[in-house]
Design a protein around this ligand. Sequence first.
Ligand code: GLN
Length: 295
Amino acid sequence: MPTASKTIREAYVEASSFLGKLGVAEAASCVELLLQHLLGCSRTELLFRFQEQFPAELEGAWRQLVERKAAGEPVQYVIGEQDFYGLTFAVSPAVLIPRPETELLVEALLHEGSRLFPQGAPLLADVGTGSGIIPVTVAHARPDWRVAASDISAAALEMARSNAQRHGVAARVEWLEGDLLEPYIERRIAPDILVSNPPYIPDGELPALMPEVRLFEPHTALFGGVEGLDLYRRMVGQLPLLPRIPTVVGFEVGIGQAEAVAAMLRAAADWEEIRFVPDLQGIDRHVIAIRAREL
Ligand code: GLN
């Protein structure tokens, strides 16, 4: 454990080597985030303050933060935050930690929405919104769009709503509690753009997951049945029950699932185009289906 340290840099070096020896992944960058959180400063400010004395009154709080990380907790839950698409989001174990690849999904949908709805503002609906990253970034980036967001978890919805408040867009989002497309079907809401990053990990992969994920992230946000495809199958099955089939459907998918999800979509409706968006590792990570434009 870190002992009373002289400078902030010494606290940094000590905690990094302590966590590194425990096998914590990316120990040094975790420690940077923990120190930024403790001292309430940016990364640049932290570097400038490296020579300062470590504030003795923060020693107890510092010890607790490092201990939580040492116990395997994701650093985002320890500090309670994760950045996404240039905005900072509060996260807790009630919601999945936002992943950077989801930024590519948001980007693709912002692009398609602007292209397909040059005059009218589309209604975008995010199913299984978790921390609310998708509706909040979309409402923020496209002030004229209408946005809806749903989740089966009331705790997730509360977190999403408070993230929307933090970024000044809460009143622009319609919040719906319910299972997949049910709340939209029941209220006869017709999204133009339907987006979802549902749980997609095959149940059997549980033992192989990193402990950080397996022990701390909410399982309802992770697992999607035997092949991980259950939630896509159910959502695609519900599409015809909406007042009309959305013009754009965008799903995030797991490794090797893009083809199967595209096949489900093809069987459910006519699309002008179905394409895959690769993530930064070249894995087909998003399936974007676009309806033929009505003349
Ligand atoms: N929509 C949220 C996200 O993209 C939550 C996803 C989930 O919990 N499966 O991070």
